[in-house]
Design a protein around this ligand. Structure first.
Ligand SMILES: [Mg+2]
Length: 268
């Protein structure tokens, strides 16, 4: 099936089904962070979770499973959201941590390859002052958001040439970012399926909301299994079945979902 076989419908159409699953305690919410829960900024450090949405997520976690699945480093992601009751999958799912001692890492052997490659990459990009290299435990991210077009193209060409010589690593690109990651059959979708298996309840209804190219892996993994929502202002080829336009609409959607499913039941 082609990616754009059918245009995604508005996610509001599926809200009642999600509310029902939430009320029955069988909803599993998987949420990307940047560009989904919070608007993208020039620098990743400037991205913040709005306080009202943070409280809504805390409320949701009392009723259903909530995981934040992001390309960010796990420690950064946990610190930025700051809710101990949520599960976190950082570095596109290579590192998972959650309540009740949940802790899992995939592809630890690749950390040494990233360690070896990091100085080579930094040296190659040293002269490009608007290009910023970020080391995550499971990735090297080359941020191009602040770079002018020519500088971004030079950086991308250098990164591509260097990464081609790294048999243990692979290059992927996101929104104004290039990422060198372990060459492993692991991605956000695999992490979501691993977490669902870990939860061990076949009645769970998984929902994944994300805006980036790497979220397509999760959309593909949940085909026929759950509800997939692309965050995008305009149509683009996607595996997601539903769409919301931007982080503002995601927040309104999540609040509507959570307000309903966390309503206190009538007293005894
Ligand atoms: Mg994103």
């Amino acid at each position: 099936m082609a990616l754009s076989a059918a245009e995604p419908e508005s996610a509001w159409r599926v809200l009642p089904e999600l509310q029902r699953a939430c009320q029955e305690g069988r909803l599993a919410l998987f949420l990307d962070f940047d560009g989904t829960l919070a608007p993208i900024r020039d620098h990743p450090d400037e991205v913040r979770l709005e306080e009202g949405l943070k409280q809504a997520l805390a409320q949701a976690a009392r009723r259903c499973f909530v995981a934040i699945v992001s390309g960010r480093d796990l420690a950064d992601l946990e610190a930025r959201i700051g809710l101990a009751e949520l599960c976190y999958a950082g570095s596109h799912g290579f590192e998972i941590r959650g309540p009740n001692g949940l802790r899992h890492e995939f592809g630890e052997q690749a950390v040494a390859a990233l360690d070896r490659f990091e100085p080579e990459l930094r040296t190659a990009l040293a002269g490009l002052c608007r290009v910023w290299v970020e080391r995550k435990r499971y990735a090297l991210a080359v941020h191009l958001r602040r770079a002018r077009k020519a500088e971004a193209e030079t950086a991308a060409a250098r990164v591509r040439a260097l990464a081609a010589d790294q048999p243990e690593l692979t290059l992927s690109s996101g929104k104004k970012v290039l990422e060198i990651r372990p060459r492993a059959p692991w991605h956000k979708g695999a992490a979501v399926l691993w977490l669902l298996d870990h939860l061990g309840d076949p009645q769970r209804l998984p929902v994944f909301i994300g805006d980036d190219i790497t979220d397509e892996d999760a959309f593909r993994s949940l085909e026929g299994k759950g509800v997939t929502v692309l965050v995008a202002e305009e149509d683009r080829p996607t595996r997601a079945r539903y769409r919301l336009s931007d982080p503002g609409e995601v927040a309104r959607f999540l609040r509507a979902l959570i307000a309903d499913c966390t309503a206190e039941p009538a007293g005894p």
